[in-house]
Design a protein around this ligand. Structure first.
Ligand SMILES: *Cc1c(COP(=O)(O)O)cnc(C)c1O
Length: 386
């Protein structure tokens, strides 16, 4: 078998573009020098555009969960009450973080595979005026659902002053995000998903409303004190040594996004989603989510008559293609294909044609080429629409 090939199609970490990889090889520089300041200055506007905000976007060295914890410790304190909307494993992570800090946590569970209902949450917060913040997930990576956070923020605003905190780790950078316009108070994302970088950075932005709360919050915090990051960013520096290699990469990522055009990045992801979904539908393999709820960055497939784990294993063995399994109670029941960041229609066609071979190998009766043709057709029709 060909060595040194990994076709990474899990929903993060995601593949790194060659120019980003090269950028990260930059000679190490001093973090308090002019070059670093200039780099931070160059990065800021692009990052703000991706978030759809005029506010500063803090860059913190840590994985996505550090960003989630940053959100929690900066906006609430022990004894406060919050609502966490759980649509899957990552919503659940917010619950665990809040509970770890002795925050009184209300949990609204949504069936895994379905999107949250803004009206249901509106009714909940209307009935619980003590709730100071509502935590939710934009793309729920464990199920492949994209939650309507724009409608959620609007619905909450109508009845409550609660801050709207969103985990956008697996989609910001691949899916339209208009933090300011939509009224999102805290948006968190990470580097290893749609941002096409290795793990190690988390990005956190806060609204003006959120800043008022953050500034008055007495919750003890040090490394994750968002105020430190903002105050330093305003002087083109960071409170602690930044992950410089990742910043070199980030600068290049933003250059790539700018060159493609944000709207084109979003429509590419949407096309990847539709190609992937059409392929599985064509061979009658059920998808976990409806078309309406589906995320452009990850697709969850729920096989009924073959073993998802066996299928994944062979895909890896034969083609060096890595896809993800299910999490928590969906373990063994679904598999998930990541199509975020550095992923093109050509990549989806590659995956789908390999998927067809593996399905044959595990004894599923499908007509070879049918799934690929369905994805090809979506692509061709797209071309005609342009
Ligand atoms: C990947 C991911 C995270 C962060 O996970 P880390 O392993 O801490 O980087 C958080 N939320 C969502 C929705 C994710 O997909």
């Amino acid at each position: 078998m060909l060595q040194d090939q990994t076709i990474l199609r899990i929903p993060g970490p995601s593949p790194i573009p060659p120019s980003v990889q090269r950028a990260m090889n930059h000679t190490m520089i001093g973090h308090r020098g002019k070059e670093t300041s200039q780099m931070l200055k160059n990065i800021a506007p692009g990052l703000k555009r991706v978030f759809g905000t005029e506010q500063e976007v803090a860059i913190i060295a840590g994985s996505g969960t550090a960003g989630l914890e940053t959100a929690v410790v900066n906006v609430v304190k022990p004894g406060d009450e919050v609502l966490v909307v759980v649509t899957g494993a990552f919503g659940d992570r917010f619950t665990k973080i809040c509970e770890a800090y002795n925050i009184k946590t209300h949990v609204l569970n949504v069936e895994w595979g379905k999107a949250l209902d803004p009206e249901e949450i509106k009714a909940y917060v209307a009935g619980h005026p003590e709730v100071k913040a509502v935590f939710s997930t934009y793309c729920e990576t464990s199920t492949g659902v994209l939650n309507p956070i724009d409608l959620l923020a609007k619905a909450i605003r109508e009845v409550s002053e609660a801050l709207v905190v969103v985990d956008g780790v697996s989609c910001v950078g691949g899916v339209e995000t208009k933090m300011d316009e939509w009224g999102i108070d805290i948006m968190v994302t990470g580097s290893q998903k749609a941002f096409m970088l290795p793990a190690g950075l988390t990005f956190v932005a806060a609204s003006e409303r959120a800043w008022k709360v953050i500034e008055e919050n007495e919750q003890p915090r040090f490394y994750l004190n968002l105020k430190k990051y903002r105050d330093n960013l305003l002087k083109d520096t960071t409170p602690f040594t930044p992950a410089l290699s990742l910043l070199f990469g980030l600068k290049q990522v933003l250059t790539l996004i700018e060159a493609e055009g944000l709207d084109n990045v979003y429509s590419r992801h949407d096309l990847l989603k539709r190609m992937t979904r059409a392929a599985f539908k064509a061979i009658d393999i059920p998808l976990l989510t409806t078309d309406e709820d589906a995320s452009p960055t990850v697709t969850a497939v729920q096989p009924e008559d073959f073993d998802a784990e066996e299928f994944r294993k062979i895909l890896k063995q034969e083609f060096a293609i890595s896809i993800a399994g299910g999490q928590q109670h969906l373990t063994g029941k679904i598999f998930r294909i990541g199509h975020m960041g550095y992923c093109s229609p050509a990549d989806v066609l590659q995956i789908i044609s390999a998927v067809e071979i593996v399905l044959k190998k595990i004894g599923k009766d499908i007509e070879l080429g049918k799934a690929t043709a369905a994805a090809q057709l979506i692509y061709l029709n797209e071309g005609e629409n342009k």
